[in-house]
Write a protein that binds this ligand. Structure first.
Ligand code: OMP
Length: 277
């Protein structure tokens, strides 16, 4: 998938929503626990109920790895289900990887080739040669942590360097000079809305994956005020728990659809306010 495809889909659906598929067996409806693969069954119903409202799905791999080989099989079935039935939807493996070069290449192969995700989240800590192996994959995207949504996100990312720039800004600026940096996107938390103005000055056109609306309390409007880009929108706003656990009864998929629809409608009106068709 290309950025043009993604932007086309955003405009068509009037949505820049990403639904997070962070499936915790202790939270899914009890009637699914007797099925052969409760995680996949849960995801399948959530996907069928929300695909017309969302442009991206983001399974966080921790929620699958926690269940060992069965969890990995559920992840494999989930990504195949999306790719076969809704190939227009952008997929994000939220795995937060990154290692020395040859190891990063193997991580990239796992998520881009074996599982066939469109993108993967990566930590920048080990620097250029740990991220460039991901960037080398054509039409695949590497979403690098810049300013994360959690409280401790500022512990290191917010620290000023000797040039008085906070670390997260240096991460964004430097990484945009790397080979194939057109395949980079950045994670910026919705709980850090006041930082978007500064981030757009250094990364005006980059796509930003923005988790933290819903359960973490981030504001969609606050993020969009400075985060939205009139050329390509440039935002994917993720909500996981706020959508997928809207109900733990037999109506869970319908309840998820209602929550996704609320966000999609807010997004449609933000796009209209910004004169974005
Ligand atoms: O990379 C991420 O997606 C991520 C980065 C970040 O700064 N904050 C953050 O919450 N996330 C992920 O986004 C999802 C947020 O889930 P909810 O808080 O349930 O909407 C989880 O999968 C987190 O691991």
């Amino acid at each position: 998938m290309t950025i043009t495809d993604l932007v086309g889909e955003i405009k068509k659906k009037k949505s820049f929503l990403c639904v997070g598929l962070d499936v915790d067996m202790s939270k899914i409806p009890s009637h699914l626990l007797n099925t052969e693969d409760p995680i996949f069954e849960f995801n399948k119903q959530i996907i069928d109920a929300t695909h017309h409202l969302t442009v991206a799905y983001k399974p966080n791999t921790a929620f699958y790895e926690a269940y060992g080989i069965k969890g990995w099989q559920s992840l494999d079935k989930t990504i195949n289900y999306i790719n076969q039935n809704y190939p227009e939807i952008f997929t994000i493996a939220d795995a937060k990887r990154g290692d020395i070069g040859n190891t990063s290449t193997m991580y990239a192969k796992a998520f881009f080739e074996d599982l066939n995700f469109n993108s993967v989240t990566v930590a920048p800590y080990m620097g250029s040669d740990s991220v460039e192996p991901f960037l080398a994959f054509k039409d695949k995207f590497t979403i690098m942590l810049a300013l994360t949504s959690n409280k401790g996100g500022l512990d290191f990312q917010g620290k000023d360097l000797t040039n008085k720039e906070p670390l997260y800004k240096e991460v964004i600026k430097t990484s945009l000079t790397w080979n194939n940096s057109e395949n980079l996107m950045f994670v910026v938390g919705a709980t850090k809305a006041e930082y978007f103005k500064g981030i757009r000055k250094i990364a005006p056109n980059s796509f930003l994956l923005v988790p933290g609306v819903g359960a973490q309390g981030g504001s969609l409007e606050g993020v969009c005020e400075y985060g939205i880009n009139k050329e390509n929108i440039g935002l994917l706003i993720n909500s996981s728990r706020g959508i997928i656990y809207a109900s733990n009864g037999t109506d869970f998929a319908n309840a998820a659809q209602i929550e996704a629809k609320k966000l999609q409608e807010q997004m449609a009106s933000i796009l209209a306010d910004n004169n974005i068709a």
